[in-house]
Design a protein around this ligand. Structure first.
Ligand SMILES: Nc1ncnc2c1ncn2[C@@H]1O[C@H](COP(=O)(O)OP(=O)(O)OP(=O)(O)O)[C@@H](O)[C@H]1O
Ligand SMILES: C[C@H](N)[C@H](N)CCCCCC(=O)O
Ligand SMILES: [Mg+2]
Length: 223
């Protein structure tokens, strides 16, 4: 399906950038025109480091849209939540500018994958969370979760809040990176799959192994 997807996660550092790059590479490999975007980047200067990582995984150079800031409207130096990083630099973010840039990308590409900052409920501004933004723009969600310890709690909270707030789940990605115990990893996956059903979500749950390359992934259940 074509369109704009919001890639979020159960937490920061969970593999959103890795999985976004892989999904974009997979879509391109399957003939789709695709671009990635980053809602807001913190922790670097210049071109968003997450966008650069997406391009590396996609095997392409940075695009004109990356250099002119259309794929990431705001980049802040402090490696923290966007609301604080922006305040530190005296910037008031214009969320309409962000969505105008995303809309513009969607006019030129079949699929736009927008990576969020942090987990789904993390703040973008002091008032607006990623989830608020996603619901306001009716964006389907691709949620990265993982087999690492602690993911069960975060995953079940996310599913509960998504059900309550009425979000659209297009897919869950089960990132096996950092898995230390196969039995725990398999059981957590099973429990997350059962919980998705319990909360009324029929979206696919797609596995990603550590260091997965394009030949080891299949996102056809999502796209
Ligand atoms: N399946 C994987 N195989 C190999 N490395 C991985 C995998 N998943 C994540 N990583 C690595 O783990 C680290 C954190 O992942 P990543 O940067 O994708 O997280 P993130 O959710 O995008 O974080 P942020 O909230 O900062 O955007 C990175 O070094 C990334 O390359
Ligand atoms: C700097 C870091 N890698 C992320 N890009 C920002 C994570 C914000 C998380 C906010 C929080 O949930 O406390
Ligand atoms: Mg990232």
């Amino acid at each position: 399906m074509a369109g704009v997807y919001f890639v979020t996660g159960i937490d920061t550092d969970i593999g959103k950038t890795f999985c976004t790059g892989l999904m974009a590479a997979w879509l391109a490999e399957h003939g789709r025109s695709v671009i990635t975007s980053k809602l807001v980047q913190t922790g670097c200067v210049g071109i968003s480091e997450d966008i650069l990582a997406h391009r590396q995984i996609m095997g392409i150079d940075p695009l004109a849209e990356d250099r002119d800031g259309r794929t990431c409207s705001y980049v802040f130096k402090k490696p923290c939540s966007p609301h604080l990083a922006a305040a530190q630099e005296g910037v008031v973010m214009d969320l309409d500018l962000i969505s105008e840039n995303i809309d513009q990308l969607a006019r030129s590409y079949q699929t736009v994958l927008v990576e969020g900052a942090g987990g789904l409920c993390a703040p973008v501004t002091r008032e607006v969370s990623s989830l608020d933004y996603v619901l306001a723009h009716k964006l389907p969600l691709l949620v990265v979760t993982s087999s690492r310890l602690g993911s069960l709690h975060h995953s079940l909270c996310l599913l509960e809040v998504l059900q309550q707030r009425g979000g659209t789940l297009a897919g869950m990605i089960y990132n096996r990176y950092g898995e230390v115990d196969r039995e725990i990893g398999n059981d957590s996956r099973q429990l997350i799959a059962e919980s998705m059903k319990k909360y009324g979500f029929s979206a696919p749950l797609v596995d990603i192994v550590a260091d997965a390359g394009i030949g080891q992934v299949d996102f056809s259940a999502i796209f």
